[in-house]
Design a protein around this ligand. Structure first.
Ligand SMILES: O=C(O)c1cc(=O)[nH]c(=O)n1[C@@H]1O[C@H](COP(=O)(O)O)[C@@H](O)[C@H]1O
Length: 283
């Protein structure tokens, strides 16, 4: 019997709840709006409220690790706790830790975040290929052999990224492509070869005009795509099919501030409404 991997859980989440992923980024300004102080205890309480609002409405959450790291060991303890609670409640947890280093160091990060039973065990992580995508091969192998997922940054939503990610490669198998297109091709190759399927994906910002980065979405297989940039950063989910073409099949629509700025009293309504809007946009 074949193993049930991250990709299978992702498909089940899409089918049951649609494509919304609620980011949990406890910005100090959000903590303040939610009438919490800026402490590790508040991080935990804030996150648990978001998790409660998500259970039964969305299938995927994405805690942003940086906001927990801000509080040192106590913040990381809060993160461990909320990841465990979310996974016990049936949510898929993509820990947004954006690790990127040489291969042997990446292996340690993969162990930290993707080992069953370990403190930070998540269902998937985000990683950066900007030390060379080959440096991520152990991470991809580790994730797949533990039925976990990996999302590799290809084209990011922030405007500063363009200078680097639109630069053209002048040698090797990707000669003539932009860096973003080359990264996406590498991710697509891993994604196609991966078993369990749908467990390796790319991060593509929804704020981008992909063709201007040399990326024609319909030229790629329908790999999982984590797409931040909807909502607060300005992209509209109504445009998702047009922006992502074939890649919208397995699109994870990631939103944080647009959903969480509803405040502690409005978050349940906000998550429910947004999940419905995303489901209709990608039906
Ligand atoms: O990997 C990410 O999630 C990510 C990639 C990217 O290209 N742009 C981007 O904004 N993000 C993350 O998505 C979140 C932004 O959420 P919003 O509040 O919806 O803008 C933050 O946690 C970012 O670190």
């Amino acid at each position: 019997m074949s193993e049930v991997g991250f990709g299978d859980h992702l498909q089940a989440a899409f089918q049951q709840f649609g494509h919304l992923c609620v980011g949990i980024d406890p910005h100090p300004f959000l903590l303040n709006e939610w009438e919490f102080d800026d402490t590790s205890v508040s991080l935990r309480e804030f996150s648990l409220r978001v998790i409660d609002a998500c259970v039964g409405q969305v299938g995927i959450i994405k805690p942003q690790v940086a906001f927990y790291e801000r509080h040192g060991a106590k913040g990381m303890e809060a993160l461990e706790y909320i990841i465990r609670r979310a996974r016990e409640a049936g949510l898929l947890v993509i820990s947004d830790c954006k690790r990127g280093d040489i291969g042997s160091t990446m292996e340690a990060y993969a162990q930290a975040w993707l080992t069953p039973g370990w403190n930070l065990e998540s269902d998937a992580i985000t990683v950066s290929p900007y030390l060379g995508s080959g440096a991520l091969s152990q991470t991809v192998d580790y994730a797949l052999s533990h039925n976990k997922g990996v999302f590799i940054l290809a084209a990011t939503s922030n405007p500063e990224a363009a200078l680097l990610q639109t630069a053209q490669i002048t040698q090797g198998i990707h000669q003539g492509k932009t860096i973003a297109a080359a990264m996406l091709s590498d991710v697509a190759r891993w994604a196609t070869e991966a078993t369990p399927q749908n467990s390796v994906g790319a991060v593509l910002g929804a704020t981008l005009d992909l063709p201007s980065l040399g990326i024609q979405p319909d030229d790629y297989p329908a790999l999982p795509v984590l797409a931040p940039g909807f909502g607060f950063q300005g992209a509209r989910v109504e445009d998702a099919q047009r922006l992502f073409g074939n890649l919208s099949t397995n699109l994870i629509v990631s939103e944080t501030r647009s959903v969480l700025s509803a405040g502690r009293d409005g978050v349940v309504e906000s998550v429910t409404r947004r999940a419905g809007e995303v489901a209709s946009a990608l039906a």
